[in-house]
Design a protein around this ligand. Structure first.
Ligand SMILES: [Zn+2]
Length: 82
């Protein structure tokens, strides 16, 4: 008697991990409070850090900890420049 084990073996064509930077992996969102202050407010969900550069800045995002005093200061005074 033959026992046929029906184990489906779908070969998912090798999902390689650690293949470097992928934009969709960052899955960033926007910190609303910081966005209201007129900043980029992009949030790195992996680190929890936020970008407080001006909205639509050209350079790459610079993520800082939302606990940075600069962030609180920014939220209190969205437009410090006169
Ligand atoms: Zn940014």
């Amino acid at each position: 008697m033959m026992v046929v084990s029906e184990q489906t073996n779908p070969e998912d064509g090798g999902v390689g991990e650690g293949g470097g930077e992928r934009l969709d992996v960052h899955n960033a969102s926007v910190n609303e409070r910081i966005a209201r202050a007129g900043r980029c407010a992009m949030t790195n969900l992996r680190t929890g850090q936020v970008c407080i550069l001006p909205f639509r800045h050209r350079e790459p995002c610079q993520f800082v900890s939302p606990r940075e005093p600069a962030v609180e200061n920014l939220l209190r005074n969205p437009r410090p420049e006169r």
